[in-house]
Every structure is written in structure tokens, then in C-alpha cells.
Design a protein around this ligand. Structure first.
Ligand code: MG
Length: 140
């Protein structure tokens, strides 16, 4: 299996077969969501006290991270299956929202970090009713 040749549907099917053979079919969606977060925390443990560049260079840690990412994928796909959510469709809809929320013109790579940060806080302020790092008076 590779990312290039495996679909989300195939991942869901593998998980479903694995679960059914073991009688793991009655989970509450709440428990699946909780397990997703727990596995995400296990993923984070591999970064604790290390710099990102140290992790990037260490094959053993990257293999362990891959295992935790697989656990996260397991619970995510399992939750999608349980709730009847088409993950690719949901992802496509969310990406369309992100494109509106984070316009390319505002987050252009040629902008300074300060300009990008300011645009980000402005958007956060607009969507959350304010942001401590954004003050409209500073707009030029
Ligand atoms: Mg794990």
C-alpha cells in the first residue's frame, strides 16, 4: 500500500474487515472521537523535548511516528465510517472554505511575516468576534 495507490475507501474497508472479525462493531462515536485524540497525544509524545529537525533526521522516531499516525488514521476513518461521513467530500468542502478564509492574495509568500500575522489575526478577529493581537485602529 502507498498513498499514491490507496483510497480512503480502501482504508475504511480494511478497518471495517479488521473490526468485524474481532466483533468491534458497537463503539459509541463519542469513544471513537476520544480515541482519536488519545492517539494524537501519543503522536505528540515522540516530539516531546526534541526539536523538529532532530525528529526529521531520526529514522527510528519517524517509524514510531508513522505507527501513531496510523492509529490516528484508524480512529479518524473509523469515525467517518460510523457517522457515514464521506471524508474526501468533507475535506473538499472544508478546503473550499479555507480558500475563502485564507485568500492567496492576503497570504502571499512574498509578504512579510508581520503582514501575514496581521492578516491572520484580522481573520480570526472577524470570525471570532475579536482577537487580542488585532486592533482595527492599526489598519493603514
Ligand atoms: Mg498508538
Amino acid at each position: 500500500m502507498t498513498d499514491q495507490t490507496t483510497t480512503i475507501a480502501q482504508v475504511k474497508e480494511l478497518i471495517e474487515k479488521f473490526r468485524k472479525k474481532r466483533g468491534w462493531t458497537k463503539e459509541d462515536p463519542k469513544d471513537l472521537a476520544l480515541s482519536l485524540v488519545l492517539e494524537s497525544a501519543e503522536l505528540l509524545e515522540h516530539f516531546q523535548w526534541l526539536k523538529g529537525e532532530d525528529v526529521e533526521k531520526n529514522q527510528r522516531i519517524k517509524e514510531a511516528i508513522g505507527e501513531e499516525m496510523s492509529d490516528v488514521l484508524w480512529w479518524l476513518a473509523n469515525l467517518g465510517q460510523k457517522l457515514g461521513i464521506d471524508m474526501a467530500e468533507a475535506f473538499e468542502r472544508k478546503m473550499a472554505k479555507n480558500a475563502v478564509k485564507y485568500p492567496e492574495e492576503i497570504f502571499h509568500p512574498n509578504l512579510t511575516k508581520e503582514e501575514k500575522d496581521r492578516a491572520y489575526y484580522k481573520i480570526k478577529a472577524a470570525t471570532r468576534g475579536g482577537h487580542p493581537l488585532y486592533t482595527p485602529e492599526e489598519e493603514k
